[in-house]
Ligand binder design. Structure first.
Ligand code: TXA
Ligand code: MG
Length: 343
């Protein structure tokens, strides 16, 4: 198949790809997604094939506005409206109960939910994608547009590295402004539970809701047999081909620690201020120490870059855990298989 390039002027053509059961690369503020009609089980199955994604890992539904919640979700808690009013459109996915049809079955196909009674709902902060969904008239199921296990794509070019020839078209709306996937919060439990940190921060969620629990899978590796609440959190993820070691602590100390231990062919992910420490090595810097938004925008490109470079291993300076830093450290830690050295 030839993957067609579309621009933001091609909303109607993009909507036709979705409505006719095809696969469409969609821009969002977080990462590019691999979209299909979320009510068409065959189209949804094609997403899993293109990504090589395990069948037990559910997809989230993308909608153009909050009013679509009622179509696919039942028993919607007040917290969902509180969060949608405050953060939608934006990088927040809410896990909600599925709506039941008259015969008691879920309205959302099991191909999307992996058979769960809950569904993830997201309204992306990307006007062209919301227009495509509204024009298609169906919710768009979309995981991140990478091959399963690889870093998520933050540009159309990065998505095409993985999906050229596997999808009907991709709509290029430039690089993603957030750069890490949406925050996922489970609103079917009390207190609400953060399943994946992202662009909407834990602090912002606590400010809106009060108490928010943090799922264990956010901060540590799940033991074999343990079940994280977001099935996707149990898989090795975001991983470049070379093994990654994350070093956590004061930035001067982590830079010094890495310099003292790195090998001749080691690569480094560091803050801009420390590039000079690693002369003679392959270095991907992700922004100044203090600029966590930039670190979020650049982390996946940095991880992807190493797949085209000859390195034996990768050392990374870890950002802090505050604000969107929690999402960046989570992605780095997962890329490292939680191989973390704390200074
Ligand atoms: O920013 C994003 O969320 C991107 C863009 C494209 O919207 N999408 C994305 O989708 O990251 P994906 O499939 O790569 O990650 C969705 C995560 C997976 O870890 C999945 O296991 C979890 O959401 N998930 C989906 N439905 C769920 C449910 N009903 N309960 C718990 N976790 C769920
Ligand atoms: Mg993903």
């Amino acid at each position: 198949m030839n993957t067609k390039r579309l621009t933001p002027h091609d909303v109607e053509e993009a909507a036709r790809v979705i409505a006719s059961g095809g696969l469409l690369g969609i821009p969002t503020e977080t990462v590019y997604g691999l979209g299909a009609n979320g009510l068409d089980p065959d189209a949804v199955k094609a997403i899993f094939e293109a990504k090589g994604r395990p069948q037990d890992n559910p997809l989230i539904l993308h909608v153009p506005d909050e009013s679509w919640l009622e179509r696919y979700c039942g028993a919607i808690p007040a917290a969902a409206h509180t969060l949608a009013d405050r953060f939608w459109p934006g990088p927040l996915t809410m896990i909600l109960p599925c709506k039941k049809a008259g015969d008691g079955t879920n309205i959302v196909p099991a191909a999307v939910t992996a058979g769960l009674d809950t569904v993830g709902m997201r309204c992306p902060d990307c006007a062209v994608t919301r227009a495509v969904i509204a024009a298609a008239g169906v919710p768009v199921a979309a995981p991140s547009g990478n091959t399963s296990g690889r870093p998520s794509p933050t540009s159309a070019a990065a998505m095409l590295e993985d999906m050229e020839g596997k999808i009907d078209a991709i709509l290029d709306d430039g690089p993603c402004s957030v750069g890490v996937e949406s925050t996922i919060i489970d609103l079917t439990v009390t207190p609400p539970r953060l399943l994946r940190p992202g662009g909407v921060t834990l602090e912002e969620l606590e400010d809106a809701l009060g108490e928010v629990a943090v799922d264990e899978a956010v901060r540590r590796l799940m033991a074999p047999g343990e079940q994280p609440k977001a099935p996707g959190m149990k898989y090795r993820h975001y991983a470049p081909r070379a093994p990654v070691t994350v070093v956590k602590g004061d930035a001067d100390m982590t830079a010094g620690y890495i310099v003292a231990r790195m090998g001749e062919k080691s690569g480094v992910i560091c803050f801009d201020e420390f590039r000079g420490y690693f002369r003679g090595h392959i270095v991907e810097s992700i922004g100044p120490v203090a600029d966590q938004a930039q670190q979020a925008r650049r982390i996946f490109e940095a991880l992807r870059a190493f797949d085209h470079l000859e390195v034996t291993d990768i050392w990374a300076q870890s950002p802090g855990d505050e604000g969107i830093g929690l999402a960046v450290t989570n992605r780095l830690n997962k890329a490292a298989g939680f191989h973390i050295i704390e200074l």
